[in-house]
Design a protein around this ligand. Structure first.
Ligand SMILES: Nc1ncnc2c1ncn2[C@@H]1O[C@H](COP(=O)(O)OP(=O)(O)OP(=O)(O)O)[C@@H](O)[C@H]1O
Length: 311
């Protein structure tokens, strides 16, 4: 195995459709053995990026490779990459097993693999039912089974949690984690962070075709730590109190003397310390932004000028 096996690499990737810049100078890497969330609001450019990775759309510029090669140059593409893009279309008259048997030759696997993958996704009970009568959740599972036919080390899944009920989402979480634990590269797109936050190790967040954040989920969660806004008419006294207590301050876009945002400390502790130091406070506001609000902030148009990328 080479060190690039299973690594997805997108470098300065752009795609314009006429005047629409769907993907704009996007650069990121996705590592094997991890589940990576590819996140962004509707229209951010996720599907277009996945389609470029699969050689279905030609980039305007830049590159998208899997294991160091563009999809079209892979020796055995279907054995390397399994992809489920958007809501897969199924022939409604076919049974689940027949559907998989139709795809088995393309994947280069024997018919017998069809029932194996149905079993993997917990759909054996519906093997002989027509797909036309399947619920959205069952269709999602069948789509996943199709991507697993050739047992590929790399999986690209576009919104696999879409339309699943909480039980289905819990099942998907466990399933994707087990695929990553086997050493596979699992890239999962979603427009809702909360849908995948208990599933992913890493996050790549895009908005309007651009990268706005790339890090581990833990690093993203640190941005969402509970915080306390503190203000005092005595700026020097406040600065001294913060320094003495060793509290961490959140970086401010426009630092203002006499006003700080403290991380990892609660309002009562700050109030007590100010009282002991005889420091007058004009504001003491606890604030718990939560991950979803950090995600919304990162992807809001106002953030274009200020976003950084952390790893
Ligand atoms: N074939 C196409 N022709 C013209 N415009 C396109 C085409 N495909 C995508 N776009 C545009 O590119 C932008 C990005 O779309 P894309 O489907 O990649 O976003 P997305 O992040 O996957 O969104 P969603 O979550 O809604 O699926 C959108 O403005 C979309 O309208």
């Amino acid at each position: 195995m080479s060190s690039t096996d299973g690594v997805i690499e997108v470098a300065h990737l752009s795609k314009s459709f006429g005047a629409v810049r769907a993907v704009d100078d996007l650069t990121f890497q996705v590592q094997p053995g991890r589940v990576t969330g590819f996140l962004g609001p509707n229209g951010a450019g996720k599907t277009t990026t996945l389609r470029m990775l699969l050689g279905l759309v030609t980039p305007t510029s830049g590159s998208a490779t899997i294991g160091g090669k563009p999809y079209r140059e892979l020796d055995k593409p279907t054995r390397t990459v399994g992809a489920a893009l958007e809501a897969a279309s199924f022939h409604p008259g076919r049974t689940a097993l027949d559907h998989l048997r139709v795809y088995a030759p393309q994947a280069g696997v024997p018919d017998s693999r069809a029932s194996e993958v149905l079993d993997l996704v917990g759909l054996s009970f519906a093997a002989d039912r027509r797909v036309g009568g399947f619920s959205l959740g069952m269709r999602q599972r069948l789509g996943l089974a199709t991507t697993l036919l050739a047992d590929p080390p790399v999986l690209l899944l576009d919104e696999p949690a879409n339309g699943l009920d909480p039980e289905g989402i819990r099942w998907l979480r466990v399933f994707l984690r087990s695929l990553a634990a086997q050493g596979r590269t699992v890239l999962v797109s979603s427009h809702v962070l909360s849908e995948v936050e208990q599933t992913v190790d890493d996050v790549i967040i895009i908005a309007r075709g651009r990268l706005v954040h790339s890090s581990t989920l833990d690093a993203l969660a640190r941005l969402a730590l509970p915080r306390v806004r503190v203000a005092s008419p005595h700026a020097d006294g406040l600065a001294a109190l913060v320094a003495q207590a060793g509290w961490e301050t959140a970086p401010a876009e426009a630092p203002t003397p006499g006003r700080v945002e403290l991380l990892g400390v609660d309002a009562a502790t700050v109030g007590a310390a100010a009282f002991a130091a005889r420091l007058e406070l004009s504001e003491l506001t606890p604030h718990d932004p939560g991950l979803e609000s950090i995600f919304l902030d990162l992807t809001s148009p106002a953030q274009d000028a200020t976003n950084g990328v952390a790893r």
